[in-house]
Ligand binder design. Structure first.
Ligand code: ZN
Length: 489
């Protein structure tokens, strides 16, 4: 985790100093004269402009100074500041183990906070799978100490401390989601959960293995797993378990590799399917963040984890499977497996824990990704109060959401002639995201305060959309959203 120092103006002895400049400010209060003079001459030579996105890197008395333009004070939004913080990371050069300073005297606290957030989120490297020079060079770009130079008050210092912890959890989720399926099988995901319980005193972890999953009657999870040589797991991770209140429950899809099963995915559609456990990873990351933040909320994370593969044992289209709830499901398509394991996990959660709030996260449908792209999660809920709270959390965290429909129309389409429900609608393939949500709603009581988040889009970005995420790769979407939702629930 990056170490954060706070320092007052006048102290600018870091190896690299970032100096944000708003339009019309030539003299920044407290900035040493030699740096101010450098800024003045850059501005007058038009080598640097204070408009948003402008940058200039200079050496002043041996120190690297990166001036970064923020544009007009009145027009600058927190999200732009977060983007600027992330973009300036690329201009820092090789800073490995060295200290970075962020000159915060010239901007208001809310902007300073967002600049810091962008910078910290972008300061990430998955160092597990590259070797040699490329790895060594990539590592040099990481900084380990950030000094915020401003007259900060206790509230801002606390907020920056919190975002440092949340960022750590976001990076943890990116690592989990990026891990190749050879290294992250259901048992590995369960081991990660167990490690969290070893690390943080108030986390407890219980894991059901294949035998226990079958004995409990989690028939859908067991069926999806049948084609895999690796056992399924049901991970139950709890924080503040001894509190008497009703828990908040987070359910995350943990498909560690989804081939589609007998409805096999084609080339072009199968390569990224190790990320199909992003919902589960987000649940683990959120509980880790809650522990780091010292949260007193009682939260239970439930992650059904399995692979979906093809073998002589694999479940097949036209199979009829009995779920944990007792309801039967006609399998029309083995690639609609996420909703199956989630259905069991949701009814397991509802029956055993009576949730005060239940949120599930899943890379559930390509349809949602097509509809909303790689920045927005689709939200489905029968409870307007939850959607309202999610909207508030989304605005604060920057994890974007969009409300999509879930009603009788979608449930109607899932009727089966041979079982209680079918796992995809027939004959139409339209409304895929709503159809997936409608299937889940069949397993959750109307009165249970539940919302479903389809994160098939934002869990991963294939090209750079947000500068604070890796240019392409896992984003860690959802941790900040859930932390805000839970904290204010
Ligand atoms: Zn699938």
């Amino acid at each position: 985790m990056v170490k954060i120092n706070f320092s007052k103006k006048g102290d600018a002895d870091q190896d690299v100093l970032i100096v944000p400049v708003l339009t019309g400010t030539e003299k920044l209060p407290g900035l040493p004269d030699n740096i101010t003079n450098q800024l003045k001459s850059l501005l007058s030579a038009e080598d640097f402009q204070a408009k948003a996105g402008g940058t200039a890197a200079q050496r002043v008395a041996g120190q690297k100074i990166v001036f970064v333009g923020l544009g007009d004070r009145e027009k600058l939004t927190p999200e732009q500041a977060k983007t600027t913080g992330a973009k300036v990371w690329s201009d820092l050069g090789n800073v490995s183990e060295k200290s970075v300073g962020l000159w915060g005297e010239s901007v208001k606290p809310s902007i300073l906070l967002k600049l810091t957030e962008g910078l910290l989120l972008r300061n990430y490297l998955d160092s597990r799978y590259k070797t040699g020079e490329e790895l060594a060079n990539a590592k040099k770009k990481l900084f380990s100490t950030l000094t915020v130079i401003a007259d900060t008050d206790a509230a801002l210092r606390r907020e920056i401390d919190e975002l440092t912890k949340i960022t750590e959890a976001v990076h943890y989720v990116r690592d989990l989601v990026s891990a190749p399926p050879i290294d992250l099988k259901p048992e590995d995901l369960a081991n990660e959960a167990a490690k969290l319980a070893q690390t943080y005193q108030n986390i407890t972890c219980r894991v059901l293995n294949k035998k226990e999953i079958e004995a409990e009657g989690l028939g859908l999870l067991a069926a999806v797993n049948r084609g895999s040589a690796h056992e399924p797991r049901l991970i139950i991770l709890e924080i503040n378990a001894n509190k008497k209140e009703k828990p908040i429950i987070l359910v995350g899809k943990g498909l560690t590799f989804d081939s589609g099963g007998y409805n096999l995915k084609p080339s072009g559609g199968i390569e990224m399917m190790h990320i199909d456990m992003a919902g589960g990873a987000t649940v683990l990351g959120t509980i880790k963040a809650l522990a780091m933040l010292g949260s007193k909320k009682k939260v239970i994370g439930i992650v059904p984890a399995t692979e979906n593969l093809v073998s002589g044992e694999a479940y097949k289209p036209s199979d009829i499977i009995k779920s944990y709830s007792g309801k039967t499901v006609e399998i029309r398509n083995t690639d609609a497996e996420g909703r199956l394991i989630l259905a069991d996990a949701l009814s397991y959660a509802e029956k055993n824990f009576s949730p005060a709030l239940m949120i599930d996260l899943a890379t559930l449908t390509g349809a949602c990704r097509v509809a909303l792209g790689e920045r927005y999660a689709g939200v489905f809920s029968r409870h307007p109060e939850i959607t309202k709270r999610l909207e508030q959390a989304s605005k604060i965290s920057g994890d974007k959401i969009w409300y999509l429909p879930l009603d009788e129309l979608h449930s109607e389409q899932l009727k089966s002639k041979v079982a209680d429900i079918a796992n995809i609608s027939e004959p139409s393939r339209l409304m895929g995201a709503s159809s997936g949500a409608a299937f889940l709603s069949f397993f959750v009581k109307e009165e249970t305060p539940w919302a479903h988040l389809d994160i098939a889009g934002p869990a991963h970005q294939s090209v750079e959309i947000e500068a604070w995420n890796p240019p392409s790769g896992a984003t860690g979407y959802g941790v900040a959203l859930l932390i805000d939702l839970i904290t204010n629930w």
